[in-house]
Design a protein around this ligand. Sequence first.
Ligand SMILES: [Zn+2]
Length: 264
Amino acid sequence: MSEIKLLGRVFINANILAVSGLQIGGSGSGLEIGGVDKAVIRNPLNNRPYIPGSSLRGKMRSQTEKKLGLPQNNRVGQATIHTCKKPEEYQKNGGCPVCVVFGVPASAEAAFSQPTRLVVRDALLSDDSAKDLDNANTELRFAEIKTEITIDRVTSAATPRTIERVPAGALFGPTELVFNIYEKADYNRLKTVIEAMQLVEDDYLGGGGSRGSGKIRFTDIEILARPSENYSKPIHFHNFDTIQELADSFADLQKWLAENMPAE
Ligand SMILES: [Zn+2]
């Protein structure tokens, strides 16, 4: 493989709005403080819930895999994801859109794989939302308790479970999605990221999606870039209210990248 040179980085800065209650665990051991069966993940320093970048990224990846109909052939923790196992597979049609953008898991890191293009940061609960939730007197700090009934498929017995959720309307962020540009084909690969964000908006984040939880929306989107040529001077593309607006401007964004981070 030829040498890999970073041409620059694109930053998608955005807030994430919980349109419905958000239930991103935490462990579900039933030993959580407050006695809930499933707790949300929190920052131990201030007890505020947050959206781990790995959760958002994982969902973006799995949605992209499904959209492209790629085989989910690699078990990583609790999830089964698609991973190219052979160089021919990885390089096919100019590069596997999933493995090149989202990377191959460290356990399967293969000699043929290039550096991962996408980094997704954690999204922290905004100060305004933390203040609002403190004033709202929810059952648990910054969270509500939702009771769901699960039906045992064998015995038909109904068991109530208590689920901790971040209430609808909470705002997380700003968070940052960083996309590394190494070659010309990466201008177009950025589209995979934007579409993955749309796919997640139309699906759900965290648990309880089929029960209405986890609808999110990206808001207050800002596109910046740092060309390697002049890395300390970030350049600004545009602000967008929605991912759809960003997607609609993709051709212009591609052109802008080609002008500002030209590949030889
Ligand atoms: Zn692949």
